[in-house]
Ligand binder design. Structure first.
Ligand code: C2E
Ligand code: MG
Ligand code: MG
Ligand code: MG
Length: 297
């Protein structure tokens, strides 16, 4: 459509438009090729984002977030390279690496940090991984070999299952549940799949997307939509976590909505493993300015 528009606007525009289009495609193709070697050559690492109880400040979880430091192009966002990985089977290897590395880190924290360690490690899983016939077998092996209790592992799956068959997604979710792990629906409120679909998912947690959370204090209309979604989620008897909490004002509104856990830049940026470990035990003890939070030790 952009190309068509450019044509309508005359020849000069076309010449102007093409290089950037070509550049984008070239970058995409290059990243796709480079990503295959990135895992082997240690260009990937994980950051961890704390998930906190809004009631107690307790560190309920850590979400692992993959980072790619490209030797020539520098830091590349997962928002850019995950979709590229999903276009090929690279996502299978990448997903396995992310799970393995997350569990290796969690296992270390459980041993070294004891009670200070997060209750749960939360790992993003691409819906494309569901189409891997080896997925369950591989996950079972990685989990078993990690020595992390499966009850302390959560897998995050986006609400919108896209072009993956819904029956397959539900089957895989049940297979994962049988491994003893928790399942979270990520980016809830952004998908095209209806709320009806998630009712058939065996889930433990729903993560309200930042696009909902960011608007609860700024727009009365949005707040009303989030409110009705929250009531539906509450009736499913699952845990509700708010993503992308950036201001103190959002906290009492979220609590009112029945959302008792949150993550976001207000509490912390995603941290590398070392910084996360240093901060452990401090999360939730500072920066909380709403009523009820002063009572934290
Ligand atoms: P997500 O799973 O919904 O992760 C949350 C994203 O929101 C992260 O961005 C995080 O840094 C950001 N975020 C958290 N709190 C705030 C906040 O208060 N304000 C704002 N503006 N942003 C906040 P990130 O790390 O760039 O990840 C983007 C997406 O890439 C993730 O969204 C997830 O869908 C995907 N992703 C990241 N790591 C992995 C992975 O290991 N595997 C897969 N399959 N996908 C991943
Ligand atoms: Mg996530
Ligand atoms: Mg999310
Ligand atoms: Mg999100």
């Amino acid at each position: 459509a952009a190309m068509y528009q450019a044509k309508l606007e005359g020849r000069g525009r076309i010449r102007h438009f093409q290089p950037s289009m070509r550049e984008r495609l070239t970058r995409r193709a290059r990243l796709g090729v480079d990503l295959q070697g990135a895992i082997r050559s240690h260009q990937l690492h994980l950051n961890y984002h704390p998930i906190l109880s809004l009631d107690s400040g307790h560190l309920e979880g850590a979400e692992s977030l993959v980072r790619w430091n490209h030797p020539v192009l520098g830091g590349i966002s997962p928002a850019e390279f995950i979709p590229i990985a999903e276009e090929s089977d690279t996502i299978f290897d990448l997903g396995a690496w992310v799970l393995e590395e997350s569990l290796r880190q969690m296992s270390h924290w459980i041993q070294a940090c004891k009670d200070l360690a997060p209750d749960v490690i939360s790992v993003n899983v691409s819906r494309k991984q569901f189409s891997d016939p080896q997925m369950i077998e591989n996950f079972a092996r990685i989990i078993r070999e990690s020595n992390v209790p499966p009850a302390r592992i959560q897998l995050e799956i986006t609400e919108d299952v896209g072009d993956i068959d819904l029956d397959l997604v539900v089957t895989r979710m049940h297979q994962l549940k049988q491994l003893g792990v928790k399942i979270a629906i990520d980016d809830f409120g952004t998908g095209t799949s209806t709320f009806a679909a998630i009712k058939s998912f065996p889930i433990d947690t729903v993560k309200l997307d930042i696009s909902l959370v960011s608007q609860i204090v700024s727009s009365i209309d949005r707040a009303a939509i989030v409110h009705s979604l929250a009531i539906l989620v509450r009736n499913l008897n699952v845990k509700m976590v708010a993503e992308g909490v950036e201001t103190a004002q959002q906290i009492p509104v979220l609590q009112e909505l029945g959302c008792h856990s949150a993550q976001g830049f207000y509490f912390s940026k995603p941290l590398d493993a070392k910084d996360f470990e240093t901060q452990m035990g401090l999360f939730g003890t500072h920066g909380f300015t709403v009523e009820g939070f002063e009572s934290f030790p």
